[in-house]
Design a protein. Structure first.
Ligand code: CA
Length: 220
C-alpha cells in the first residue's frame, strides 16, 4: 500500500513517514500543497494524508482539485488545532476523515487502515482469504492452512498486492509502485527477489509468473 503525506511541518512529516514505513507502507512525503496535488494526481496512491494549512495551495483546495479530476483515493485530513478545520467544509471538498493535531500515532494508523479497508469494499473485513491462504491485513498475520507464515514487512506488502487482486495478473511495475516509495531508484528486479522469497515460504506453485505481464496468485 502506497501513501502520500502532504505536510509542511517537516519533523512531523518525517516521523509519520518513518513510522508508517515500519508498518510496511511505501510512503512518499512532500511539504507543499501544489506539489502534493501534482504528486497525488500522477502517482498510484492508495491513500493521501493531507494537512490543511500548507504553502502553495491549502489542503481544502488540493482535496477539491483531486476529486474534481476524478481521483477517488481516500483522503485523511490533518488540522493543527480545533477551529482551524471546519469538518463540514472538509467533508464537502471530498475528504474521507480528519484528525486534529496533536493526534495519537496509534489512532492515525488505525484510521488509515480503516479507510483502506473501506476502500476495498465488501465487508470491510481486514481478513482476506484465497484458497487456504488467509491474510489478516490489520493484525499483519498470514496463515496457510493452520500454519502461520512469518513474513518480513516488504514480503507482506508484496503478497498483499497479489492477494488484493487474486486471480488477476499484477505487473512488476504495479507492485513496485505500491510497495516502494518514489525515492527508490534501484533495480526494478527487486520485485523478483521478494516473489522468490514468498515462493520459498508459501510453496513454488503459489505465485505464477505470467511471461511479459507479471505475477498471479494461485489459490492454494
Ligand atoms: Ca501546516
Amino acid at each position: 500500500m502506497r501513501l502520500l503525506i502532504v505536510e509542511d511541518e517537516k519533523r512531523l512529516a518525517m516521523s509519520l513517514a518513518g513510522g508508517l514505513a515500519a508498518e510496511g507502507f511505501a510512503v512518499d512525503v512532500v511539504h507543499d500543497g501544489l506539489e502534493g496535488l501534482h504528486r497525488a494526481a500522477e502517482g498510484a496512491y492508495d491513500l493521501v494524508v493531507l494537512d490543511i494549512m500548507l504553502p502553495g495551495m491549502n489542503g481544502y483546495r488540493v482535496c477539491a482539485a483531486l476529486r474534481a479530476a476524478g481521483h477517488e483515493m481516500p483522503i485523511l485530513m490533518l488540522t493543527a488545532k480545533d477551529g482551524e478545520y471546519d469538518e463540514a467544509e472538509g467533508l464537502d471538498t471530498g475528504a474521507d476523515d480528519y484528525l486534529t493535531k496533536p493526534f495519537s500515532y496509534v489512532v492515525l494508523v488505525a484510521r488509515i487502515r480503516a479507510l483502506l479497508r473501506r476502500r476495498g469494499g465488501g465487508s470491510g473485513s481486514p481478513v482476506v482469504t484465497v484458497g487456504s491462504l488467509r491474510m489478516d491485513t490489520a493484525a499483519r498475520r498470514v496463515h496457510l492452512g493452520s500454519a502461520e507464515i512469518t513474513l518480513t514487512t516488504k514480503e507482506f506488502a508484496v503478497l498483499e498486492q497479489l492477494v488484493l487482486r487474486s486471480g488477476q495478473v499484477v505487473s512488476k511495475a504495479d507492485i513496485l509502485e505500491h510497495v516502494w516509495d518514489f525515492a527508490y531508484d534501484g533495480d526494478p528486479n527487486i520485485v523478483e527477489v521478494y516473489v522468490s522469497a514468498l515462493r520459498r515460504k508459501l510453496g513454488a506453485a503459489a505465485i505464477r509468473t505470467v511471461r511479459g505481464a507479471g505475477y498471479r496468485l494461485e489459490a492454494l
